[in-house]
Design a protein around this ligand. Structure first.
Ligand code: ADP
Ligand code: MG
Length: 777
């Protein structure tokens, strides 16, 4: 058992303005516990007439200042917890702080750079790396991702997200068994065999969460998210299984209701959130007071779920995230106060061991048999009837595994039944004789073939050859993957041009499929597909089915989307990441080539006929071979790391794209609604004319509209044609060259189809708005 108080850390988010620095100071001189001093600025301090305190001091295990890197946070905070989870203890890391203070950045990571990945991806990477290294145990990893919003639990990994909205999915509920263990009903557990699979689940959950979020339901600031890694381990042959859980928790913003109180639904939500964090506080106060027998865990879902993490069987760590700017002083002080309370809580972590019933049965059966045998000896009873077929088969299996066992100490245990012992001797004798006969018949030809080669060396070379074969296969798989990844990158790079050509062909989605499941132009080996199968269903569905977004877009929408995309701040991120991806692919390709080179060198040295070589040359070749192998291994490891980075970047890009499209859809819906409200005169007519295709230059020229009323004047026109045209020309505010484009806006036809028409009209307004924003008007 490990007794430990909850560890508390503070992390200060970088401030934009430098002059804010005087607001706090970090004192690291005190060797044992560093402290954070928050200094009230004069004007604020004066406000507290009767309580003129000017600074507050809080102690933390460690304080990470603005320049702390994600890597440092992981190494110092998360790695020790991950290690205890690997050893079989439960662990929890939770981030607490006001909205915008960096909780999500710390727990999950930034949305842009690979180096910004947070505790969850780094912990996954670390855990899987350790699992791979440790072959003494059999590990199984499962992932769950829970969101608690307004006291209701939602499974972010529920496959039904595809078809339903969050509200329609079955809620996750807390059940308590007679031993007061908590079980979560309707929360799915997903096995993740690799880091990649686990990472995909994280991104899937985050995307599902983002999609469920609407302006009225700002789940990301008002909900709690619990990403859990469930790890089971077992030594081969042992019936004892260890279970450990690691909760990585991104809590709702800790700001008070007064700040968010804007009435209506938001107030209700804010109250709820406060309620939830309020109950968390109550539990923490109860735990930090001595001699309190009742801890009010059951008051809220979150405290029930985190019951073990708070005052129970868990090693828990809190990260207080602080945005230390003048306007946030109150919230920062209250976050630190909360942390000081938390630091008083003592937890007692124990190893969670359990006996596997199946293995236990086998063990007991064996014991019964042994006891029976002993009994037979004691009573002097010897059996005489013949052994059954099954018994004989079982004995032969035992003998085979005994002979194959490399351990010189291994024993052939058949009990004390003399019939079985005799049978074993017979069987072994038979095997020995068979082998002798076989040797005699093959010996002469072997001599002929092998001449002077010693059998020992032959074995050694065979081993080397096998290793080479394995490496060959690995390289093939990786090279194929590289080809495939490269194609994906090319697809991504040509995204905009594809979009454009899709426009002219009247096709639909603004994104090419997230994963090239469709046209496969490169030959992939079965193993490559197997490798990729873990990611493709997630990634393609992320972009398409799971988003529930319309794949069919009218031309107007596509045009508008193009402009929206170009104008959107995130497109810079997407572009940047595309560039990084391109570099990584180039690096991976170069590496792949070097690997091939190294491999062929290994191959050449291996092919040189060994027997005819003098010892010295052989020795030299051997050491060269070893050197090449070492080089090869290093490169191989780097290639693997690159693969993880590429995968991560792609997921980041996918997420950014989904976000972009989601924001576009929301904006579009808003524009369309406002247009419909304002344009009762749009009347359907029967002829459907396509939206004119314009070059980019034409767009530029055709965009400017003189003023808002002009837009509205246009959209209420009942039919295309002269009226629109003449209005445009007569518009006094519009400069000449803008008002008469090569293909005048006035010729934009209304199609008669109300959906398409409203699309077109919204598009016109979109341009107008964008032009206004970009200063064209
Ligand atoms: P929270 O989850 O607490 O509401 P976020 O993690 O979303 O806050 O952070 C708000 C913004 O600040 C995000 O844009 C995030 O990228 C940025 N941010 C937070 N912490 C850091 C940091 N340590 N370094 C750089 N950017 C940060
Ligand atoms: Mg957040």
């Amino acid at each position: 058992m490990v007794k430990q108080t909850i560890q508390i850390f503070a992390r200060v988010k970088p401030t934009v303005r430098k002059q804010q620095q005087g607001i706090y100071s970090i004192d690291e001189d005190e060797k044992l516990t560093p402290s954070l001093e928050i200094i009230l600025p004069r004007d604020l301090a004066d406000g507290f007439v009767n309580n003129k305190r000017e600074s507050y001091r809080f102690k933390f295990q460690r304080i990470f200042d603005q320049d702390a890197k994600q890597e440092t946070i992981f190494e110092n905070i998360a790695k020790p917890v991950a290690e205890s989870v690997l050893a079989g203890y439960n662990g929890t890391i939770f981030a607490y702080g006001q909205t915008g203070s960096g909780k999500t950045f710390t727990i999950t990571g930034g949305a842009e750079r690979y180096s910004d990945r947070g505790i969850i991806p780094r912990t996954l990477s670390y855990i899987f790396e350790q699992l791979q290294k440790d072959s003494s145990k059999i590990y199984t990893t499962h992932i769950s991702y829970l969101e608690i919003y307004n006291e209701c639990g939602y499974d972010l990994l529920d496959p039904r997200h595809e078809a339903s909205s969050l509200e329609d999915l079955p809620k996750v509920t807390v059940l308590e068994d007679p031993d007061q263990n908590i079980h979560l009903k309707n929360l799915s557990l997903h096995q993740a065999a690799t880091e990649e699979e686990a990472l995909n689940l994280l991104f899937l959950g985050d995307t599902n969460r983002m999609i469920a979020e609407t302006p009225m339901n700002q789940a990301s600031t008002r909900s709690h998210c619990i990403f859990t890694i469930h790890l089971s381990s077992k030594e081969p042959g042992s019936a004892t299984v260890r279970h450990a859980k690691l909760h990585l928790v991104d809590l709702a913003g800790s700001e008070r209701v007064a700040k968010t109180g804007v009435g209506g639904q938001l107030l209700t939500e804010a109250k709820y959130i406060n309620l939830s964090l309020h109950y968390l506080e109550q539990v923490i106060i109860a735990l930090s007071e001595k001699h309190r027998s009742h801890i009010p865990y059951r008051n809220s879902m979150m405290t029930s779920v985190l019951r073990d993490s708070l005052g129970g069987n868990c090693m828990t760590t809190m990260i207080a995230t602080l945005s230390l700017e003048k306007r946030n002083i109150d919230e920062s002080i209250s976050t630190c106060r909360f942390a000081q309370r938390v630091a008083l809580i003592k937890n007692e972590a124990v190893l969670n061991e359990e006996i596997d019933p199946k293995l236990m049965i086998i063990r007991l059966q064996k014991e019964i048999q042994e006891l029976k045998d002993e009994l037979a000896i004691v009573t002097g009873e010897q059996r005489t009837e013949a052994l059954t077929e099954a018994e004989l088969l079982q004995l032969e299996k035992l003998i085979t595994s005994f002979l194959e066992d490399q351990d010189p100490e291994s024993k052939l245990e058949v009990g004390t039944d003399m019939r079985k012992i005799h049978h074993c001797f017979h069987y072994l004798k038979k095997l020995l004789n068979d082998k002798k006969i076989h040797r005699q018949s093959t010996a002469p030809s072997e001599n002929k073939d092998q001449n002077c080669q010693e059998p020992l060396k032959e074995e050694e070379y065979k081993k080397l050859r096998d290793i080479l074969q394995q490496r060959d296969n690995e390289i093939n798989i990786l090279v194929n993957m590289l080809k495939k990844e490269k194609k994906k990158a090319q697809d991504a790079l040509h995204l905009s041009s594809v979009d454009r050509s899709q426009l002219s062909h009247g096709q639909s989605s603004p994104f090419p499929p997230g994963n090239p499941d469709g046209p496969k132009t490169l030959p992939f080996s079965a193993s490559t597909q197997a490798l990729d199968s873990s990611t493709s269903p997630y990634r393609s569905s992320l972009l398409h089915r799971k988003t529930g977004m319309r794949e069919e877009m009218s031309l107007g929408r596509q045009e508008a989307f193009e402009i929206f995309k170009r104008d959107h701040a995130d497109s810079v991120t997407i572009e940047d990441n595309k560039q990084i991806l391109k570099q990584r692919f180039a690096e991976a390709k170069a590496l792949g080539e070097s690997i091939n080179e190294a491999r062929s060198k290994i191959g050449i040295s291996e092919n040189i006929p060994v027997p005819s070589m003098p010892d010295q040359l052989e020795e030299k070749l051997r050491s060269q071979l070893e050197e090449e192998k070492r080089r090869y291994k290093t490169m191989f490891a780097r290639l693997k790391a690159l693969k993880v980075e590429i995968e991560h970047l792609q997921l980041l890009m996918d997420k950014a794209k989904v976000k972009l499209q989601k924001e576009f859809e929301a904006w579009w819906a808003k524009e369309a609604t406002s247009l419909q409200v304002n344009s009762p005169a749009v009347t359907p007519s029967n002829h459907v004319k396509p939206f004119p295709q314009m070059s980019e230059a034409q767009h530029e020229r055709s965009q400017p509209l003189s003023n808002k009323s002009d837009v509205y004047a246009r959209k209420i026109l009942p039919s295309p044609g002269p009226l629109l045209h003449s209005q445009e020309q007569s518009s006094p505010g519009a400069p000449m060259e803008n008002s008469i484009p090569e293909r005048p806006v006035s010729s934009v036809p209304l199609t008669g189809d109300s959906q398409t028409d409203s699309d077109i009209l919204a598009f016109i307004k979109a341009r107008h708005n964008i032009l206004q924003r970009t200063g064209f008007q």
